[in-house]
Design a protein around this ligand. Sequence first.
Ligand code: ACM
Length: 633
Amino acid sequence: MNRLSLTIFAVAFSLLGTAQPSSPSIALIPEPVSVTVQQGVFILPQNVTVGVPEKADLGHTYALLKDRIANTGATVQEQKGNGKASINLVLNKSADNRLGDEGYTLSVTPDQVTVKANKPAGLFYGVQTFLQLLPPQIESVERIDGLRLQAPAVEIVDYPKLGWRGLMLDVSRHFFTVDEVKKYIDNMSRFKYNMFHFHLTDDEGWRLQIKSLPKLTEIGAWRANKVGLFNTFTPPAPDEPKSYGGYYTHEDIRELVAYAKARFINIIPEIDVPGHSLAAIASYPELSCTEGADKYQVRSGEPIMDWSHGAPPIALIDNTLCPANEKVYGFLDKVMTEVAQLFPFPYIHVGGDEAPHNFWEKNPQVQALMKKEKLKTIPQVQAYFERRLEKIVNAKGKKLMGWDEILEGGISPTAALMSWRGEQHGIEASKSKHYVVMSPTQFAYIDYMQGDVSTEVPIYASLRLSQTYKFNPIPEGANAKYILGGQANLWTENVYTMRQAEYMTWPRGLAIAESVWSPLDKKDWNKFAVKTEAFFNRFDAAEIKYSPAIYDPAVSVAKKGDAYLVTLTPEIEGLDIYTSFDNSAPDRFYPKYKEPLQIPKDADELRIISYKGKKEIGRQMTIKVTDLKKRAK
Ligand code: ACM
């Protein structure tokens, strides 16, 4: 975009900004509690002054404002004390009871911007909202010298619904550098997330330096380098170079914790045990009670579980720490000592998911433990393990959280739960007065495909934006008092790069952010869809990758007699869909989709494209007729 059109855009934006409160021209995510649009606009002056409290740790708040505004070529100066600056960040002298610790008020008038909060976190969130009121160019990675950006005059009161607003990133299946993790955290902070769940260990890599257990990162952080579709790879040969991996040193972690804190984000570390522990066992085979574990290698993507019978999986190799081996508890003590020192957050997540039963069932040491401890079932064996682990975690001054499998053999009264296999475990746990974070697969698993399989990296399940948006972290039947909040999880088996991690996270991360922050009655799918499109412009300016899957229709097939009927369902309003069965790429001069399409006899493939008016907006989808027929219900 050239300078002139940018200016026209900014002026058009400001004019739209004076419209009614429901106007989509003000696109804020998450939707605030209350937005009242006023007359006029605030024009960023050439010399911006920012009033900040005399004494307060504002974290990254001022630097964020300064960085973004200076990018427009304006000068930015800090002024201690408040009142007369162009932008004022004010800590309330007496608390505004509506706002709590994270809420804020934001007043934008033609003369001045004022953010008020009880605590610094609220000022940070108020500034994020103010930046969203400015046009997308404020996000630009390139300098936009000379642009006089405008924000609509507005009065906002805002505070979060829930205190735990999280995203999980799996850095075991694929490793992300400190700078990449920082970028992920920074992007979260735009949408008022406050919890980064760091999935640090798994079968595919141990990613945290434990100084007292050096092999965890000398051996456990490295594996054979494979590319393609995870879970389909051949097992690595014993002498195959272990060239893929990495880990975070103690300094790295301290740097990340400080970086997140400055953005009012906590980091909860996850050490996933007793299952998902192959990288630890490859490092210290004595942690297993299965013979031959000394030959085990860090998984490089070869199948190690048989899921064909459902959960729990049948393990093809034993990826569990042995619950009947005292050395395991000594190992966990060392690990938790360092984890507790590195991460200030009160909880440590200890995993607990998907521990297979089949090796434990046959193991004489486990059988002896069951007899000695009067444990009747394998889930009770896991519960024994979790109780001992909780003692270790508590002894380090921390509280234990685990995936919902830890409910099965009897949860300890003080353990907290992260509910992923649907909502029911979370509801149950909350009713029995255990703190719960909701992250159910059907709304919050952002490793699932967000569009048709023809446009996505294939994975076993789908989760479209519209479904993500239905996430209600306080489901019916739950004891709301015990719901800490909600989060989405990004597992990275098939996420090789940070670009793809961004693609998987956005825009679904917008839907989750609104679901955990905004009042239920402020949620509105149609409005959210329009806002999401507005945020695509901001992501473009910031060079953040996102999925445009909302423009691609869902494809379903039904069989009627001998005929196959293909139904295309657009996810958002205002799209025209064009199709071909002649193997050529359709455009808007092809047949427009109006009703289910009958697959012509002998056709080879269906091609699909979406338009908005005259603009091609979706991705060319190509689906073989043989695949379509397999989808028939
Ligand atoms: C999980 O998805 N296995 C927690």
